[in-house]
Each structure stands twice: as structure tokens, then as C-alpha cells.
Design a protein around this ligand. Structure first.
Ligand code: PMT
Length: 404
């Protein structure tokens, strides 16, 4: 989305509403026309006069405002916006939108528009992680609504955790980049690895890990939704193939290496989300090993490092790795970023019930030059959407980018 766009800015009743004034300034500074729509709750936190002065337009508040409706009906208003941004979006707002309520002006507009809808959640950390809010976010994301944030940090209630609204500058940049990325990867080709590998010991035994493939599959689906041609090279998983994605099934690290290198020269972006076995048994025993001795020693050899080998290609794609760490996540991930000469690394803290084979996750993304962004706990689908938007914008692959 270039400048000169019409943004319907919904403001709901949370303490972060005080940032709405800055948000209006940021949007107008980037050439957007802004029409503010406040809920009743928002009025408790910020005055309409401030937002009216900054946006240069009367703030709309009520569905049943005869004078405002006569000037522009709510349906016309819904058509007016090129996009809708609700910031802050409270837990109450997410719940109402997830249920399709249309009992105030803002919820009616969100229902009556076919423009992209962006929500910037802001709430207490426990409200954010409550299963009801998680379910509402899933429903909204599955309907194509984009959730921007929240960030993690100190909260107005005195607690610390996920639930802070993103800062206005970051929010506007993310929205404009994402809007530019509606189809940002059209004409681009993305190669993604997913799942575990299996390294055979004998005909019935193998070495593997706990990866389910969910993260890699979510990334493949998100890249496809962004318009890319997607090839997904996957180890053994029990997941349905994402629509429109070419899938290549492999078993071992060596097979994964071969499958990637047969296709990598055609791709613009490579994302290594697979949990590739670092070691494999030196000798494959052709018959089932009998339990004769009290102990059994296996000699393991290093597997090929697929990610590092892609990054080392002379003409290489934008190369994104993952890092699964049990401790000192940021330091280990940054080491991998540098050592493997990656363009970006996505770090996750792993351990019992964390990252591997879970429905949701939280991520730390790093790139050279001290680049850093955190993604608060969310479903892998939501995280994949956000990651693909970030990768599209940072790789320069987005069809049309807006300077941030
Ligand atoms: O599959 P899920 O259940 O959804 O879980 C997601 C995940 C935790 C598996 C995923 O998000 C993740 O972190 N994947 C990388 C796991 C891993 O192997 O991390 P690592 O730190 O050991 O490897 C670093 C990077 O090198 C990874 O991009 C990996 O794909 C790559 N690698 C590692 C070894 C190897 N021989 N070849 C590689 O390409």
C-alpha cells in the first residue's frame, strides 16, 4: 500500500488509547488520510477533540448519529477505507469481532468492509493468554484479519509480559509493509524445510526428534497466501498438505540436503524450519539388531548442514534459519546467525511443552547489524503470517515496499 491511503482508525477502550494521537500523526505523516472511529470505552481514555484536530476530520462515535449518518452513512464509511486499523484492540473488541457482532459503529464497520482489517491487541498479559482470547485470535486470523503484536514488556497494570500495544511507529510500519505485502511475494519463489529427519539404525529403528512440522507447514501456507510459489521439503509428519504448495517428502538429513540443493537455485527465499538431525549412525545394520549384550555403542557421524550449505552458495537466496535452544537463546541464536552467515534467524526456546509439537510459540527474530524483533506467544499460524511479512519486507522481495 503506497501513501495517500484512507485508513479507518478504530480506537477502543484501553489505556493504550493515549497512543492513538501519535498513531494519527504517524499515519498522516506517511501520506494517509485518517478517519477516527472511537468506541464508548475509548472516550474514557482520550478526548475526541485531540484526534479530530490531528486527523482533520470529525471523529465518528455512534452508530445512531443522525447528522453524521446523513453526511456519510456507516456503509459508505466502510467503503471509504482502504484498510481498517483498530489500535488499541481490547480483549472485548477481539471477542466482539470474532463473534461478528455489529452493535456499535466500529464493529459494524469491521463487518461491512471487504478492506484488510488490522488489529493491534493491547491488554493485560493474562487476558492475552486466556484460552478465550487465544481462540478469538485464531478465529480472526483464520478469516484473514491481521494481528499486529502485541509486544512484550512492562504493562500499565504493573505486570510484565505479552500484551503491550506495539509503538505507533512500529505499528504503522508493520501495517504499511504488510499491506504492501498483500501479495507481497507474488512472482517470488520460496523453499521451506519442515519437520524432523529420521536417521536409520536398522530396518526398525531410527534417530529422530520431536518436531511435528507445524511451524514449517504454517510458514508454507503463509508464504503461499502472500502469493509465492512454495516448495516444502518435509521430513515425516502427520500434517495435511497446505493448498497450492508443492510438497517433497524426505526421510533423512542426506535426502533433505539433496532435495533442497536440487531446487534452491530457483528460489528467492530459503527458510530452514526443519529440525535436521545433527548426527546419523555411521553404519546401517541391514538386519534387526539383536539384544545380545548389556550395552550397545552407536558411532554417529555429523550430517550435512543444509542451512549452512545454502548460505554458502555463491548466488544464494535470502536465507533464514531457525534456532532451537534450551538456554541462552539470544546468544546462541546470534552465534548461529554469524557462523552460518544467515540473513535472519528465528530463535525459539525449546524444552518440555515448548516449541516442538505445540500449537503456539513465541519467537525472537535476529538479523545482522543488531536487528531484533520479538513475537509474543501466539498460534504458529499467526506467527507464520507475521514472519512472512517481516521476511518479505526485509528481503526486499515484497512486490511494493514502503520505506519504514
Ligand atoms: O516442527 P514443530 O513441532 O512445529 O516445531 C518447530 C521447531 C521447533 C522444530 C522449529 O521452529 C525450529 O526451531 N526448527 C529448527 C530446529 C533445529 O534443528 O534447530 P538447530 O538450532 O539445531 O538448527 C539451526 C538451523 O540449522 C535450523 O534452521 C536447522 O534447520 C538447520 N540445520 C541444522 C542441522 C543440519 N544438519 N542442517 C540444517 O540445515
Amino acid at each position: 500500500m503506497a501513501g495517500q491511503q484512507r485508513v479507518l482508525l478504530g480506537v477502543t477502550g484501553g489505556i493504550a488509547a493515549y497512543k492513538s494521537a501519535e498513531l494519527v500523526r504517524e499515519l498522516t505523516a506517511r501520506g494517509c488520510e485518517v478517519q477516527v472511529v472511537m468506541t464508548r470505552g475509548a472516550r474514557e481514555f482520550i478526548g475526541a477533540a485531540t484526534l479530530q484536530a490531528l486527523s482533520g476530520r470529525p471523529v465518528r462515535e455512534a452508530l445512531w448519529d443522525a447528522a453524521a449518518e446523513a453526511a456519510m452513512s456507516h456503509i459508505e464509511l466502510a467503503r471509504w477505507g482502504d484498510c481498517v486499523l483498530v489500535a488499541p484492540a481490547t480483549a472485548q473488541c477481539l471477542a466482539r469481532l470474532a463473534h461478528g457482532l455489529a452493535d456499535d459503529l466500529l464493529s459494524t464497520l469491521c463487518l461491512a468492509t471487504d478492506a484488510p482489517v488490522y488489529l493491534a491487541p493491547a491488554m493485560n498479559r493474562l487476558m492475552w493468554s486466556h484460552p478465550a482470547t487465544r481462540a478469538n485470535c485464531e478465529v480472526l486470523a483464520s478469516r484473514g484479519v491481521t494481528l499486529l503484536g502485541p509486544g512484550t514488556g512492562a504493562q500499565a497494570c504493573g505486570e510484565t509480559g505479552p500484551g503491550r500495544m506495539l509503538e505507533p511507529q512500529a505499528l504503522v510500519a508493520a501495517m504499511l509493509d504488510d499491506a504492501a505485502g498483500a501479495g507481497a511475494l507474488v512472482g517470488r519463489s520460496v523453499l521451506i524445510t519442515a519437520g524432523p529427519t529420521r536417521e536409520p539404525i536398522d530396518p526398525v529403528r531410527y534417530l529422530t526428534n520431536r518436531s511435528s512440522g507445524k511451524m514449517g507447514f504454517a510458514l508454507a501456507a503463509a508464504a503461499r497466501r502472500a502469493g509465492a510459489r512454495v516448495v516444502l521439503v518435509t521430513g515425516p509428519v502427520a500434517l495435511a498438505q497446505p493448498p497450492g504448495v508443492e510438497r517433497v517428502d524426505v526421510e533423512t538429513a542426506a535426502e533433505l540436503h539433496a532435495a533442497v540443493h536440487a531446487r534452491v537455485r530457483d528460489c528467492d527465499i530459503f527458510i530452514g524450519a526443519a529440525a535436521v538431525a545433527d548426527y546419523r549412525p555411521r553404519d546401517y545394520v541391514g538386519e534387526k539388531i539383536k539384544k545380545r549384550d548389556a550395552t550397545l555403542t552407536l558411532t554417529l557421524d555429523r550430517s550435512p548442514d543444509v542451512l549452512a550449505s545454502v548460505a554458502a552458495l555463491e548466488s544464494r537466496p535470502y536465507t533464514v534459519g531457525f534456532a532451537a535452544e534450551t538456554c541462552e537463546v539470544e546468544q546462541h541464536a546470534r552465534d548461529k546467525l554469524v557462523r552460518k552467515q544467515l540473513d535472519m534467524i528465528v530463535a525459539n526456546q525449546v524444552g518440555p511443552g515448548r516449541a516442538f509439537d505445540t500449537e503456539d510459540n513465541e519467537l525472537l527474530v535476529l538479523w545482522p547489524g543488531d536487528g531484533r524483533q520479538t513475537f509474543a506467544r501466539a498460534s504458529k499460524r499467526e506467527l507464520a503470517e507475521a514472519l512472512i511479512a517481516l521476511i518479505a519486507s526485509r528481503s526486499g522481495c515484497a512486490a511494493a515496499t514502503v520505506a519504514s
